[in-house]
Unconditional design. Structure first.
Length: 228
């Protein structure tokens, strides 16, 4: 994990400097930007390992930055904001963010979240490829095919689909899926699982699959349906 490159996008200079200091103490390499409209070009040129992205930015807000990044990269994104209403929380994750931290926060918590995401992304895969019910998933390339058509998924969507496909027919609670996808317990995150499931279902259906590959089990959670 040392020398992983973290990009902080934060227009409050004191906060950016504080986060930079804490992340560098954790042996991470850090770059900082203050404007949202600088992010896309920077990411294309420097390829950071993770982006800490503030929601309220000059030039382009964090939501739009996230949307633009997801057009060409699966780089992990942790969104940071003082806006705590549920709609923004869900929208940020629907756009492809991997995690969400609300201000005020502890810099140590941010470092812990960054490390958790990096561990998930760079962990050694236990299964290199999964195939079930017309869906193929490649752990090495993070590619997903539905009925032989490739679909684009975010890192969180990939991990969620992988967890469900690894145990077809097994019912996972939202809390189970949070732990599998995020790698730690995060109160309030459970409902965002619904957001990821909604996105996956749309992408799978758009690729031509007629059946419901991911099924909701009322009062319990979700399961992968491998039946043809």
């Amino acid at each position: 994990m040392p020398n992983r490159h973290i990009l902080i996008v934060e227009d409050e200079t004191k906060l950016a400097v504080l986060l930079k200091e804490y992340l560098e103490r954790a042996e991470l390499r850090v770059s900082c930007l203050e404007r949202g409209d600088q992010v896309v070009a920077f990411v294309k040129h420097h390829h950071p390992d993770l982006v800490l992205l503030d929601l309220m930015l000059p030039g382009m807000d964090g939501m739009e930055v996230c949307r633009e990044l997801r057009k060409f990269t699966g780089v992990p994104i942790i969104m940071i904001t003082a806006r705590v209403d549920e709609i923004d929380r869900l929208l940020g994750l629907e756009l492809g963010a991997d995690d969400y931290i609300c201000k005020p926060y502890s810099p140590r918590e941010v470092v812990a979240r960054v490390k958790a995401v990096l561990r998930r992304i760079h962990a050694q895969p236990s299964e290199k490829r999964l195939s079930s019910g017309g869906i193929d998933l490649d752990e090495e390339t993070h590619q997903v095919w539905v009925e032989s058509h490739e679909i684009k998924v975010t890192p969180s969507e990939f991990r969620l689909l992988k967890a469900l496909m690894a145990y077809p027919g097994r019912v996972f609670s939202r809390a189970d899926l949070v732990n599998l996808v995020q790698g730690y317990e995060f109160e309030g995150y459970e409902r965002t699982i619904d957001s990821h499931i909604k996105n996956l279902r749309k992408k799978i259906a758009a690729a031509g699959m007629k059946r419901e590959a991911i099924m909701a089990v009322y009062g319990e959670g979700y399961k992968f349906n491998p039946a043809a």
